[in-house]
Design a binder for this molecule. Structure first.
Ligand code: ATP
Ligand code: MG
Ligand code: MG
Length: 388
C-alpha cells in the first residue's frame, strides 16, 4: 500500500494494535520500547529499537529507521522530537511535537483549551504544595476536589481525591515530588468520549460519541454509542471537534469529557493517540481508530463516513480485561466466556498478568444495546447462562 515505514514511540497495546492495522495494509512498522514489548511480539522485523521513548539517543535511532514517526503514548521526550524536526527534516513527526508538548502537561493542556474557548473543569496550579495551600483550594472548590499530577499521569495513577480537609496531608504524601494542580470536582451524570481523526490537509472526522464507565480511575466498560439523547451525542461531537482543532498536526485523538447533571459538557482531557475508549471501533466501525491513525499519518485516503459505525443498527460494548487482583491469570476466565459468546471478540496484549494491569479487552457487537448488555453480563460472569 505504501513503501514508507512508520516508527512508533512506545510498544504497549496501543502500539500493538497500530502494528496490526498497518500489517493489514502491508505498511511496515518499527517500534521503540523494551525488548519483547507487546507491539514487538507480533512484528518480527529486525530493525526495532530496544530502549526508551524518553531517551534522546534511542529516539534518534528509531527516527533514522523510518519515514514517519508517531507515538502510542504522550509521555515522550518532546525536546528531542523538536530537534529532530530540524536535524532530520525528511522524517515527518505526527502528532506534531507542539501538540504532544501542550497535551503531556495536563495543566498546560487545560490553559490551552481555555485560551481556545473550550469548556473544561475549573482548576488551579499548585506551585508551592503545602497543607495551607490546599486548605485554601478546599475553601475555593469545596470537597471533594481532585489533586492531580500535571505530568506522567495514566489510569488515574497521578490522581488523588481529597474528600475532606483531613485528607490533605495524605494527598500531598501520595503525590509528593510531582508537579501538581487541583481540579474542581465534576458532578457528572456520565463520562463521554469521542475519537477524532485529522488528516494532513486538516479535515476532521469524528467517531460516534461513546460512554465510558471508570472503576478506581481505570476504564471498565465503554458503550458505543453512548446511552444519551441524540442532542447530547451531537453536542459532545462538536465540542470534541473544536477541542481537537485547537491543536496542530494530524492523527487520531481521544477526547474525554464529563456530562454534568445540569446537561453541561466539560472536557476532562485529550490524548494525542489511539485511546481505550476507541477499542470498540475495531469491530463496530467501518475503519478502526488504529487504521484511521495509520491512514492519517501516511496521508492515505480517508473517504466520507469512514469513521462511522459499520451499520446504522450497530451497537457495541467494550470491556477491559484487567489483571486479577488475587490470582495471576484468573482474568483469562472472562476471555474464555467471551469466546463462548456470539458477537464477542477477544484481544489479549501479551503482557504478564499483574493486579489491575490492562491485559486485553473484549468487544461485543450486536444490533441492540440491550442484547450487548445481556451478552456482556455473561462474559463478566454476572449471569450464569448465555442468553438465548
Ligand atoms: P487516563 O488513563 O484516561 O489518561 P488519567 O490518569 O489522566 O487517566 P484522568 O482522566 O484525569 O486521569 O482521571 C481519571 C478518572 O477520574 C476520570 O475518567 C474520572 O472518572 C475521574 N475524574 C478525574 N477528574 C475528575 C474531576 N474533576 N471530577 C470528578 N471525577 C474526576
Ligand atoms: Mg490522562
Ligand atoms: Mg483520562
Amino acid at each position: 500500500m505504501d513503501s514508507r515505514t512508520i516508527g512508533i514511540l512506545g510498544g504497549g497495546q496501543l502500539g500493538r494494535m497500530i502494528v496490526e492495522a498497518a500489517n493489514r495494509l502491508n505498511v511496515k512498522t518499527v517500534v521503540l520500547d523494551a525488548p519483547g514489548s507487546p507491539a514487538k511480539q507480533i512484528n518480527s522485523v529486525g530493525e526495532h529499537v530496544d530502549g526508551s521513548f524518553t531517551n534522546p539517543d534511542d529516539i534518534e535511532k528509531i527516527a533514522r529507521k523510518c519515514d514517519v514517526l508517531t507515538v502510542e503514548i504522550e509521555h515522550v521526550d518532546v525536546a528531542t522530537l523538536k530537534s529532530l524536526q530540524k536535524k532530520l527534516p525528511d522524517v515527518k513527526i505526527y502528532p506534531s511535537p507542539e501538540t504532544i508538548e501542550l497535551i503531556q502537561d495536563k495543566f498546560l493542556q487545560k490553559e490551552h483549551l481555555i485560551k481556545n474557548k473550550i469548556a473544561v473543569t475549573e482548576s488551579v496550579s499548585i506551585d508551592t504544595p503545602s497543607v495551607n495551600t490546599l486548605v485554601s483550594v478546599g475553601e475555593k472548590f469545596g470537597y471533594p476536589f481532585m489533586l492531580k499530577s500535571k505530568t506522567l499521569a495514566y489510569d488515574g495513577r497521578g490522581n488523588f481525591i481529597v474528600k475532606s480537609e483531613k485528607m490533605i496531608s495524605e494527598a500531598l504524601e501520595f503525590l509528593k515530588d510531582r508537579p501538581l494542580y487541583a481540579e474542581k470536582w465534576a458532578p457528572f451524570k456520565k463520562e463521554l468520549a469521542v475519537m477524532i481523526v485529522r488528516s494532513i490537509d486538516g479535515r476532521v472526522f469524528s467517531y460516534p460519541t461513546v460512554e465510558t464507565v471508570h472503576k478506581d480511575n481505570i476504564c471498565f466498560v465503554c458503550y458505543a454509542p453512548a446511552r444519551v439523547p441524540d442532542s447530547i451525542q451531537l453536542k459532545a461531537k462538536l465540542l470534541a471537534e473544536n477541542a481537537v482543532r485547537a491543536f496542530p498536526g494530524c492523527g487520531i485523538f481521544g477526547v474525554e469529557m464529563f456530562y454534568l447533571e445540569n446537561g453541561e459538557l466539560l472536557i476532562n482531557e485529550i490524548a494525542p493517540r489511539p485511546h481505550n475508549s476507541g477499542h470498540y471501533t475495531i469491530d463496530a466501525c467501518v475503519t478502526s481508530q488504529f487504521e484511521a491513525h495509520v491512514r492519517a499519518v501516511l496521508n492515505l485516503p480517508m473517504p466520507k463516513n469512514f469513521s462511522s459505525m459499520a451499520t446504522s443498527t450497530t451497537n457495541a460494548i467494550m470491556l477491559n480485561i484487567l489483571g486479577d487482583e488475587k490470582e495471576k491469570n484468573k482474568e483469562l476466565q472472562i476471555c474464555k466466556r467471551a469466546l463462548e459468546t456470539p458477537g464477542a471478540s477477544v484481544y489479549l496484549y501479551g503482557k504478564e498478568s499483574r493486579p489491575k494491569r490492562k491485559m486485553g479487552h473484549v468487544n461485543v457487537v450486536t444490533s441492540s444495546m440491550e442484547e450487548c448488555e445481556r451478552r456482556m453480563s455473561y462474559v463478566i460472569g454476572k449471569i450464569k447462562d448465555l442468553p438465548k
